[in-house]
Design a protein around this ligand. Structure first.
Ligand code: SF4
Length: 433
């Protein structure tokens, strides 16, 4: 009886990457492989990498070096976006024995199919994947919530973004096939789905289907009690979708919308497909339909050509909008993107200053949003982690809460009263039923 190989997975980047790592790990046959935590000693380490920004690239490279240094005899497989960007040269550069790009990463189990990692070298040439295929995936790690990949790739080509170059053109499966996977997730006992992708709102377009149709169908899946839309482009977040989410018992009042800038001149240079007028209307519509809704936005600071005046426009817009908090990114030059041609570069020191100001503003907005919800009753899905006797969960409108650990609460949806917002920005709650 040959001994099982120990394999560990380490994921960087977005929710999509987490769903794909989970999918790949489930393809390793349990009779030959034992999945262990990446902090343990293993024979194989799979690092699912990210390359969305220069910082993400650095983190991916550092992770590969760290695992190789710590486990020199193990096989390091670097897969995903950073590997796609470096297209196979990785082997030489970063000491990873295997380098597989965005689509090819799903072939990884076949490299070890005969349970002898040494044999993988002559497999490489034989099997290739095209990025036209949509490969469904979902995460099943924490038993309560699942990142459910429903769409991949993007056709938008915003001038700063490298994602379409790495993940390919926008694609998704049919509504029918997507529902089959959703039922599979429901059958595993998971109660919350997070609909995930690169440009989620573009779901179905190439199959002559519509995102809103999918939402209405997924709403009827038995066993799934809560559904979040991970992120949706402003121009694809239609009033129909907002009204549907407001009327649904399962779709949650929480939107993550990539705004990127609140200066129309900069939005144009970014090749974004909306202006601040449209964005403001969306936020007003959301808050009219769901006053307690969480509206989180992404912002990029320091985009080439962004003047002090432009930045103040962005700052003022956000300050006066009903936004709950922000994710702030500093503009990062990416190979082969159109923004590289813009000459007016914002100095790094200025980018850092602007980022700091927006992060401070985001803290203020978040504190105000949390205070508005203080004392209110909400429903929380409790998660499985036991953090020194404390367990966590999220309300419908994405407020993080904590309570004393109780195994009976795991994967349970309970009505709670939001009592005190702690220094850690997490609410303590009292369970009311
Ligand atoms: S919508 Fe724009 S920013 Fe988002 S993935 Fe597509 S190209 Fe990149």
């Amino acid at each position: 009886m040959t001994e099982k190989k120990k394999i560990a997975f380490y994921t960087l980047g977005c929710k999509l990457n987490f769903s794909e790592t989970s999918q790949i790990s489930r393809q390793f046959p349990s009779e030959s492989f034992e999945i262990v935590n990446y902090k343990e000693t293993a024979d194989i380490y799979v690092i699912n990498t990210c390359a969305v920004t220069g910082k993400a690239e650095k983190k991916s490279r550092a992770a590969i070096h760290k695992f190789k240094k710590r486990y020199p005899n193990a096989i390091i497989a670097a897969v995903g976006c950073y590997s796609e960007l470096k297209s196979g040269k990785l082997h030489a550069i970063d000491g990873a024995e295997i380098a597989l790009g965005v689509s090819d990463k799903f072939l990884l189990p076949q490299y070890f199919s005969n349970n002898d990692p040494e044999s993988f070298t002559n497999t490489e040439e034989k099997i290739k994947f095209s990025d036209k295929n949509f490969i469904p995936s979902y995460s099943a790690g924490d038993r309560t919530r699942s990142f459910f990949k429903i769409q991949d790739g993007c056709d938008y080509f915003c001038s700063y973004c490298t994602v379409p170059l790495l993940r390919g053109r926008s694609r998704s499966d049919t509504i029918e096939n997507t529902l089959v996977t959703a039922r599979e997730i429901a059958a595993s006992g998971i109660k919350e789905l997070i609909l995930t992708g690169v440009n989620v709102g573009d779901f179905g377009r190439k199959n002559g289907e519509y995102f809103i149709e999918l939402l209405k169908k997924i709403d009827n899946i038995e066993g799934i009690e809560r559904i979040r839309i991970s992120s949706v482009e402003p121009d694809l977040l239609t009033n129909d979708i907002i009204e549907f989410v407001a009327s649904s018992k399962k779709f949650l009042p929480h939107f993550h919308i990539p705004l990127q800038s609140a200066c129309d001149k900069v939005l144009k240079a970014m090749r974004r497909r909306y202006d601040t007028g449209l964005f403001a209307d969306r936020v007003k519509k959301i808050k009219r339909c769901m006053p307690d809704c969480c509206v989180a936005v992404d912002i990029i600071v320091g985009f080439p050509g962004e003047t002090d005046y432009d930045f103040e426009e962005t700052y003022h817009f956000i300050e006066t909008s009903d936004i709950s908090y922000m994710h702030v990114f500093t503009y990062s030059e990416r190979e082969n993107t159109q923004a590289l041609a813009i000459r007016e570069i914002v100095p790094n020191a200025e980018r850092t200053l602007r980022s700091k100001r927006l992060l401070a503003l985001s803290e203020k907005k978040k504190a105000a949003f949390y205070n508005e919800n203080s004392g209110k009753e909400k429903y929380v899905l409790f998660e499985s982690d036991n953090d020194n006797g404390v367990m966590y969960g999220f309300t419908e409108n994405y407020i993080k809460v904590k309570t004393a650990y109780n195994a009976h609460l795991i994967n349970e949806i309970k009505k709670v009263k939001l009592e005190k917002n702690g220094k850690d920005g997490i609410f303590t709650v009292k369970i009311v039923e």
